[in-house]
Design a protein around this ligand. Structure first.
Ligand code: ADP
Length: 245
């Protein structure tokens, strides 16, 4: 059974069909990549899944529950989490403070519980453990703004994990990261717990093929094909799209 499933999604911007009858499912524990050329509709699909956009037609189910009408924060509460983007990080806070804030939000999303959590041994232990797992331990008490770009990208993943996701959407985690530092991102992703279903949207095909067990290819707003990495790599249709063969 799919943990997250979209049925017949359609999204138009004016007369432009950005999402054209997309049905897609992500299996429990999957390592699933979503690829496609620029303008294929990947970001629109992610925005529909996370609730940033509402579909004109179609349904989104999270663990069998219809979440199509729910706003993003309620989907986060149900376990559907997208990585924070770098420009959404609190640059004046340290990684440790940021993670404690995310844990506080998870524990009590109604009130400002950051200060109590900052003195809560269990929360601090969880935050340090998470930061260590993502190789951020050595920089966890520095202001986030002073961190290297690759470390800030790892912090995005750490923040998403602090929300305890059931499904984690990784939106181009390696974008802007120099090639030499990309392994660090891939290693961090490889360490994500298996009970978390991971959906990767990424341009770097090397990263995609090293990560994914399943790949969906989106072109012109529609699903072109879905299969194993070997099936996608062997697909003539996919080669035509990417190489213009
Ligand atoms: P991708 O992430 O695969 O590059 P996008 O989902 O960003 O693709 O965009 C798909 C198409 O939808 C593009 O042609 C883009 O110009 C268009 N589009 C995306 N968002 C909007 C919007 N808010 N208004 C109008 N057109 C949009």
């Amino acid at each position: 059974m799919s943990v997250l499933e979209a049925k017949g999604l359609v999204k138009r911007f004016g007369g432009f069909l950005a999402t054209n009858d997309v049905s897609i499912g992500f299996a429990q524990g999957a390592r699933h990549a979503l690829i496609g050329p620029n303008g294929a509709g990947k970001t629109t699909l992610v925005n529909l899944l996370t609730g940033v956009l509402r579909p004109d037609v179609g349904t989104i189910l999270l663990e069998g529950r219809d979440v199509t009408g729910l706003p993003p924060h309620e989907r986060v509460r149900l376990g559907l989490v997208r990585t924070f983007q770098i420009n959404q990080l609190f640059s004046g806070l340290t990684p440790l403070e940021s993670i404690l804030l995310a844990i506080a939000q998870r524990i009590d999303r109604k009130g400002d519980r950051w200060r109590p959590v900052a003195r809560d041994d269990e929360a601090i232990r969880e935050a340090v453990e998470l930061l260590t797992r993502l190789d951020l331990e050595s920089v966890m008490t520095r202001p986030t703004a002073t961190l290297a770009y690759g470390k800030r990208r790892l912090l995005e993943v750490a923040l998403a994990l602090a929300c305890r996701p059931r499904v984690l959407l990784l939106d181009e985690p390696a974008a802007g990261v120099p090639h030499g530092e990309r392994d660090e991102i891939l290693n961090a992703i490889a360490l994500l717990p298996r009970e978390v279903t991971v959906v990767l949207i990424e341009h770097d095909m090397d990263l995609v093929f090293r990560f994914a067990e399943r790949i969906s290819v989106l072109v012109n707003g529609a699903l072109l094909m879905e299969g194993t990495p070997a099936e996608v790599a062997a697909s003539r249709k996919v080669r035509e799209v990417y190489l213009g063969e």
